[in-house]
Ligand binder design. Structure first.
Ligand SMILES: *Cc1c(COP(=O)(O)O)cnc(C)c1O
Length: 380
């Protein structure tokens, strides 16, 4: 029996996208590819909801984060990071790698960055640029991007957000949310294989990139160069042609359904999984659960790693555990993209319940699938 991925990325790829990947790739300097590329970047900018430019890099999501740091941070500038998990810490690590001193507003794992504490730090530090994570994949936590961006903008800072697991999942309106650069990755809500980093670069960020005092040095990751090319429906270097063809298809899937409906579906599915898991005796790890990934604490006495193993071998659903300090402490269920339907909430809930019972949880059983089903019905 084939397995289905419920991982925090890469995610399950819809058949239509797989098919698009199998096309014979045109030459990247051909007229037809340039036309397609221009069209895809415009539609990607629309997905970010920015009047700026969408940049596509052949890189994993982290390449997109790094390109924002290397292209935007000015030497000696005051920098603030909001961190609520492993991906928040990644901003810190990248900044440190380039020798940029910075302060961090830290939230405990499982909690979002406190907008009030953040606003206080912003007011004190008066940063020139800030970085945070919208959906913190390591803990399944949604940060209030709007609130964090608003206070940073009020202080005049440039706002950069890791939206890798919120793009195409959570309500994101880049310009309205006052995010100057939003970073996405192909293998999450865009439901593609790994290999692309995408960036929504808003007007204020473009201004900074074009100014003489921009950061650097950088070469491949130079966002100014990539953005200037993107405006000409072009790329400075060879793009990942096949992945762009697939992105064309995944954007089409999102456009056919409509982005608001895509967000609503993610919310409904995530809620049903949370409720189903709850009925099976699991507790939410996060106080602000995201709709991209659900992080769960199994019932007392049940080992999270054993749950992952059981669900894979008996139910053919691939979940993951925690990373680093959360290893062996949580179970994570990913549900990003349109390869997941309402029926998956029932499947996952049933599997989680079976795992809990088999692995020694005490308490009632047999209601998780039903609870998930009811949650789905009440959502429509
Ligand atoms: C997956 C992910 C990334 C990018 O990771 P890569 O392995 O470099 O693609 C960045 N931020 C978040 C929040 C993610 O979930």
């Amino acid at each position: 029996m084939s397995e289905k991925l419920f991982t925090p990325g890469p995610v399950e790829i819809p058949a239509r996208v797989l098919q698009a990947l199998g096309q014979r790739p045109p030459h990247h300097r051909s007229e037809s590819f340039r036309a397609l590329y221009g069209d895809v970047s415009v539609r990607l900018a629309r997905l970010f909801d920015t009047q700026g430019v969408a940049v596509i890099l052949a890189a994993s999501g982290t390449g997109g984060l790094e390109s924002a740091v290397v292209s935007l941070v000015r030497r000696g500038e005051r920098v603030l990071v909001g961190s609520s998990g492993k991906f928040g810490e990644r901003w810190s690590k990248i900044l440190s790698a380039y020798g940029h001193a910075h302060e961090v507003v830290k939230a405990e794992y499982g909690k979002p960055v406190d907008p009030a504490a953040w606003a206080v730090a912003v007011a004190r530090l008066q940063p020139g640029i800030v970085f945070f994570t919208h959906s913190e994949t390591s803990t399944g936590t949604l940060n209030d991007a709007r609130a964090l961006a608003a206070s940073a903008r009020q202080a005049g800072a440039l706002v950069v957000a890791d939206c890798v697991t919120s793009l195409g999942v959570h309500a994101l309106r880049q310009d309205e949310d006052q995010i100057d650069v939003a970073v996405g990755g192909s293998q999450k809500g865009l439901m593609l294989p790994p290999g692309l980093a995408v960036l929504g670069v808003g007007a204020r960020a473009l201004e900074r990139l074009e100014s003489a005092t921009a950061a650097g040095p950088s070469f491949y990751l130079d966002l100014a160069k990539a953005a200037a090319s993107a405006r000409q429906s072009d790329t400075p270097f060879t793009p990942a042609v096949s992945l762009v063809l697939a992105l064309d298809e995944s954007l089409r899937m999102i456009e056919e359904i409509g982005i608001q409906e895509v967000w609503r579906r993610h919310a409904a599915l995530a809620r049903a999984i949370r409720e189903g898991a709850g009925a099976a005796g699991y507790r939410l790890f996060s106080s602000a659960p995201a709709d991209s990934v659900t992080a769960l604490l199994p019932p007392d006495g049940v080992d999270p790693s054993a749950v992952v193993k059981h669900v894979r071998s008996m139910h053919h659903l691939v979940l993951t555990g925690g990373q680093d300090s959360l290893k062996g402490k949580i179970v994570r269920v990913g549900h990003m993209g349109l390869a997941y339907g309402p029926e998956d909430a029932v499947l996952v809930s049933r599997a989680l319940e079976d795992a809990a019972m088999t692995l020694g949880a005490t308490g009632r059983s047999g209601s998780a699938a039903e609870v998930a089903q009811r949650a789905l019905e009440s959502a429509t």
